[in-house]
Design a protein around this ligand. Structure first.
Ligand SMILES: [Zn+2]
Length: 213
């Protein structure tokens, strides 16, 4: 569902540009709102959410999809935790569809899917691992890296139940906005993938904005 935001970027309390191949790691407290802006379009933002109080409680695709009865995320979706508690609500969305089935790229999957020579390419999993290593103050560890949301990524489900990575449906200036329903940690890898069309073969920056309400 396409829903525009009423929030003004100049009233955000933080604005962070995240280049492709880089990460964002931050805390968003209950009642605060996070926006991820696809600056140039056709980008994928691979995102993990954790309870700020206990990282063992984290975003759960299965609980989220079962409770909403739909495989796509958009405005109105409640993101649920591995304890089936509401974590965040998507309150605005100008893209219209976000994937939660396709997973994140990794050195290993690049090697298996594409070529052995892709082993040293940047990947989302590497960016997440770098983030938790550079920021031990958040208390995240390797075991906390689980399945993720691919904001702006287009992974349509076929009539036969198949999954394919398709050219994106996002465009310059599209955004998704989420209000936290509990205190959460947000870990985003701005995907550097060059082997499939999730970034239009041209990874570009995203901007992360946070409002206090
Ligand atoms: Zn990726």
């Amino acid at each position: 569902m396409l829903t525009e935001s009423v929030r003004r970027p100049d009233e955000a309390h933080s604005r962070t540009t995240v280049p492709a191949g880089d990460y964002y790691l931050g805390r968003v407290n209950a009642g605060q709102t996070l926006r991820i802006l696809d600056i140039e379009g056709n980008q994928a933002a691979d995102t993990l959410f954790f309870s700020a109080d206990d990282s063992a409680e984290r975003y759960s695709a299965t609980d989220t999809l079962r409770e909403q009865g739909n495989v796509y995320l958009s405005a109105g979706s409640i993101l649920r935790s591995s304890r089936n508690r509401p974590m965040l609500e998507i309150v605005a969305d100008t893209c219209g569809r976000h994937d939660t089935l396709g997973g994140a790229c990794a050195s290993e999957s690049n090697t298996v899917r594409y070529d052995l020579e892709k082993r040293c390419m940047h990947s989302c999993r590497d960016s997440w691992m770098l983030a938790i290593a550079e920021h031990p103050e958040f208390g995240l560890h390797k075991r906390d890296i689980g399945h993720n949301i691919n904001f702006f990524m287009n992974v349509p489900v076929t009539a036969a139940g198949g999954l394919t990575f398709e050219d994106g449906i996002s465009a310059p200036g599209k955004y998704v906005e989420l209000t936290a329903l509990m205190d959460v940690l947000v870990l985003i890898s701005n995907c550097p993938q060059l082997n499939n069309p999730c970034n239009g073969f041209n990874p570009t920056p995203v901007e992360v904005l946070v409002w206090d309400h």
